[in-house]
Design a binder for this molecule. Structure first.
Ligand SMILES: C[S@@+](CC[C@H](N)C(=O)[O-])C[C@H]1O[C@@H](n2cnc3c(N)ncnc32)[C@H](O)[C@@H]1O
Length: 463
């Protein structure tokens, strides 16, 4: 645990400012990494080594989580600072080496965020994660309104990212977190960013720590929502029960008690569905039908469940050393079958309390289903050029294909569905992709081809 004393957070902040941490992190992350906190850390390491004004050892220690020799670190920071950061619980001395307590410091906008190294991090000491941060955290944080005077509730706060961003302008923020380590990190992040007077972090279960007379202008939530088999351990930050909606439903049910006349609620979540509907949106529609709520849902991503089951099993095996992976996948498939679902959707849900309206859905993700049949335009000409293919329509260049895209395109005969195409082409690509990953690859390729205006769906099943 980190010691929650201003002396320690101030020492760390002074150090981060002195070494220009924020500017260097922005520089090494480049322009393409706005939404993924863990984007390409190997390239980040090379970049740190090439930046002449970077204090390389302290950057590697705090940003990449790499252990560093005490001797080299003391060339960059004072012995007193090192001692205070050890006392604080952030750094650990291990013979001649200094490492972090399984921690790295990320940046979001101008926030410093102390978080745990995730399960698949190169230097993680603990495959289980209490203090989560991922692309979904950034995705929700980018929607936060800067509204002076607002009172904000940040439910399931994790590192505190959304509450702290809101706290830069709001009058008051309450962040609620159930996990003690995450609560400790969120509280430390409040001190580190000098936001402790505005952002109050409370330990507890969803709305329990909220007092009866407390009402909020904005409510932000990125809750646990992963559908997982019962009786298998899965980290608290992700476990959404078998249908993934266990916590989501409680969150929705509690909104009327804490909302003002015109509150705004934003939720990031992933939910199961078929090609026509999403389970949680059906629930939300039904729950809000007699309320003055205007709900919008934006679909940002869509994964076939065969792929999801495989990814989930790989992750679950990291936190359950004895996991029978085959049985886990079989059990997950049974859950999907019982619920009659085929895809896992990522969603941003936006609710305005006090306005009546029907739930509106906007899909910016892949709109293709595995049963859809693609039909290509006439007059498309594909020409080999070194390792790729130039795609032209009526002599106008429309784009470029790699070999996989070309092979997929060649199978558009007005009869083959994406699933048929995937089955036919997978054997040739099986060293690179599992069957499930190849299905997703076909879906993504077809989506790109549609964006280029090269193809259409023969039969449209739209969400
Ligand atoms: C997906 S993480 C999101 C964290 C953070 N808001 C973000 O976006 O990075 C979900 C968080 O909810 C916390 N949590 C799980 N169940 C909870 C509950 N019943 N009440 C409060 N927090 C909970 C987890 O410990 C975890 O930190």
């Amino acid at each position: 645990m980190l010691k929650l004393k201003k002396q320690y957070s101030s020492t760390l902040r002074e150090l981060l400012e002195k070494i220009n941490y924020s500017l260097i992190v922005q520089t090494i992350r480049g322009n393409g990494a706005f939404l993924d906190p863990w984007f390409d850390l190997d390239s980040a390491q090379k970049a740190i080594e090439s930046i002449p004004f970077a204090k390389q050892n302290i950057m590697k220690l705090l940003y990449l989580g790499t252990p560093i020799s005490k001797e080299s670190l003391l060339n960059e920071i004072s012995a007193e600072t090192l001692m205070l950061l050890i006392e604080c619980g952030l750094l650990i001395e291990n013979e001649t080496m200094i490492e972090t307590a399984n921690i790295v410091i990320l940046m979001y906008q101008q926030l410093y965020l102390v978080v745990e190294k995730p399960t698949n991090h190169k230097y993680t000491k603990n495959s289980d994660t209490d203090v989560y941060i991922g692309y979904d955290s950034f995705r929700l944080a980018e929607n936060i309104k800067f509204d002076k005077g607002a009172v904000v509730l940040d439910l399931c706060s994790g590192s505190g990212i959304q509450g702290l961003i809101a706290g830069k302008s709001a009058a008051r923020v309450i962040s609620v977190e159930l996990n003690k380590t995450a609560f400790n990190f969120a509280s430390f992040n409040g001190l580190l960013n000098d936001l402790e007077d505005t952002v109050e972090v409370r330990l507890g279960n969803l709305y329990n720590p909220v007092k009866q007379d407390e009402k909020f202008d904005y409510i932000y939530v990125n809750p646990p929502f992963i559908p997982v088999v019962k009786n298998i351990y899965y980290p608290l930050c992700g476990d959404g029960g078998e249908d993934g909606m266990h916590i989501l439903k409680k969150i929705i049910e509690g909104i009327p008690n804490i909302a003002k006349k015109s509150s705004k609620v934003q939720i990031f979540c992933q939910c199961l569905g078929d090609s026509n509907s999403i389970l949680f949106l059906d629930y939300l529609k039904n729950f809000s039908k007699n309320l003055e709520w205007n709900c919008n849902a934006i679909v940002t991503d869509k994964l076939p469940l065969k792929y999801q089951a495989q990814q989930l099993a790989t992750f679950t095996a990291c936190v359950n050393k004895e996991l029978d992976i085959e049985k886990f996948i079989k059990d997950m498939k049974q859950i999907y079958f019982d619920l009659n679902v085929d895809y896992l959707y990522s969603l941003i849900i936006d609710i305005t309390v006090g306005e009546k309206g029907s739930l509106k859905l906007y899909n910016i993700a892949n709109s293709w289903n595995l049963k859809d049949i693609p039909v290509s335009n006439e007059n498309i000409d594909i020409r080999n050029s070194n390792d790729s293919y130039i795609v032209q329509e009526n002599s106008e260049i429309k784009g470029y294909f790699d070999t996989i895209a070309k092979d997929i395109f060649d199978l558009f005969d007005g009869e083959n569905s994406l699933s048929d195409i995937s089955k036919q082409l997978h054997p040739k690509n099986s060293e690179r992709f599992t069957e499930a990953a190849f299905e997703l690859e076909v879906m993504m390729n077809v989506q790109s081809m549609e964006k280029l205006g090269l193809i259409n769906k023969k039969s449209r099943v739209n969400l």
